[in-house]
Design a protein around this ligand. Structure first.
Ligand SMILES: [Zn+2]
Length: 107
């Protein structure tokens, strides 16, 4: 799945979701270029919440994912994922019906 992102013209780093102010160098609104990036990467770390916020079923599994573009995003486990989660696992990112990023482990 392609993810909407923005690329800073100064530091060239990519932000997901798109931002009008670069979170890395502070470059102001209107200068970032909107792009789409492939939602592929790997798990940097993960956790499991046994008392998640209201509206979520425990255990809620979350992972910090580093995309191939070096961008880091926090994702929830996709309900279609049945693979064991581990650091370094290759993942594909999608979004759920509430526009939250979700990950599924790809072999
Ligand atoms: Zn920047």
């Amino acid at each position: 799945m392609l993810l909407k992102a923005s690329k800073c013209p100064d530091c060239e780093r990519i932000s997901i979701p798109s931002r009008t102010i670069c979170p890395y160098c502070g470059k102001k609104a209107g200068v970032s270029t909107n792009i789409e990036v492939e939602g592929l990467g790997h798990i940097i770390t993960f956790t499991e919440l046994h008392m998640p916020p209201e509206g979520f079923e425990p255990p809620l599994k979350m992972a910090l994912v580093k995309l191939t573009t070096d961008t880091m995003i926090l994702c929830l486990e996709d309900e279609a994922n049945h693979e064991e989660i581990y650091i370094g696992a290759p993942v594909e990112i999608s979004s759920d019906s509430s526009d939250r990023f979700t990950f599924c482990i790809k072999d």
